[in-house]
Design a protein around this ligand. Sequence first.
Ligand SMILES: Cc1cc2nc3c(=O)[nH]c(=O)nc-3n(C[C@H](O)[C@H](O)[C@H](O)COP(=O)(O)OP(=O)(O)OC[C@H]3O[C@@H](n4cnc5c(N)ncnc54)[C@H](O)[C@@H]3O)c2cc1C
Length: 283
Amino acid sequence: MESLASHGVSHALVLRAPWHFSGYSAALFTRALCEATRRHSPEVLLLPASGDGMDLAPRVAARLGTGLTAHCTDLALEPAGESWHLIQVVPGFGENLMVEIVCPERRPQMATVRPGVFPVPEPVEDASLSLLEEAVTPAPEDGLVEVLEVLPGEDEGADLEEAEVVVAGGWGMGCLGGLGPLEELARLVGGVTGGTRPAVDKGWIPQDRMIGQSGRSVRPHLFMSLGASGAMHFVTGFSGSRFIFSVTDDPRAPILRVSDVAVVADLREVLPALLAGLRGLQG
Ligand SMILES: Cc1cc2nc3c(=O)[nH]c(=O)nc-3n(C[C@H](O)[C@H](O)[C@H](O)COP(=O)(O)OP(=O)(O)OC[C@H]3O[C@@H](n4cnc5c(N)ncnc54)[C@H](O)[C@@H]3O)c2cc1C
């Protein structure tokens, strides 16, 4: 609670159920959040696009009869008469188009955001938080499904958001047989690997390491993109990076517009030379 207060939360609602649920329960959490929303009538309801959040948000939106925008890459409030419109930004189907979505009639206005999309605000000292506790009354059917155990995946990409250097590969890495050579590049520059959706679809990298709107959001000091075109769905996952380096052989690729330094050349020439140079630096 202290951390919430220091990061700008002024009021928090704690929902308590009378019996113990180990972890997330879709039925109970949906009921609890819907009941609390009906009691407090918030204008806006935001949920994390985490595993649980992605399960919970559409259930709540459907039960409350309101809209939901998933995986927003930006949010803003705009005055609308006596109320506010939540401007929900997502990449559009045209891939290089950002779309602003509003939910003018139904309430609450609901959106999900991937962890890491927004920077964590600087903590402030001596902030206070007012806490309201409410009881949740479970229904018998809330206990029909119980989570007995959560097994971690083989590779959950847990280190991506914390990494200072991220090396990501795209479809173009196919010319070198996949993302294999990127593992060495990542080792040499002290980074971790990620990839685009086609790289995941080809099985070159686990799903948990996909960067972008429907994947992970990273803001490293250095982001290296090799063999990716720079579709908006991908770029929104790393646009907050401090320095962006890219390699593509397409002089019109959108990745060039967001790169601080870009090399337009064939990866079959660039990557071996880059690796050889870095190996040389390491002596
Ligand atoms: C709703 C929705 C959500 C999505 N979410 C995501 C997401 O989270 N993450 C994501 O990545 N995508 C996502 N996508 C897909 C996204 O729109 C793009 O299709 C995808 O990012 C393209 O991946 P890519 O850059 O690897 O492939 P491509 O667009 O095919 O680009 C390959 C690049 O490699 C270059 N290349 C090819 N050969 C060489 C070579 N020998 N040397 C150098 N360069 C070479 C090409 O010129 C090109 O620039 C989403 C799509 C939708 C509709």
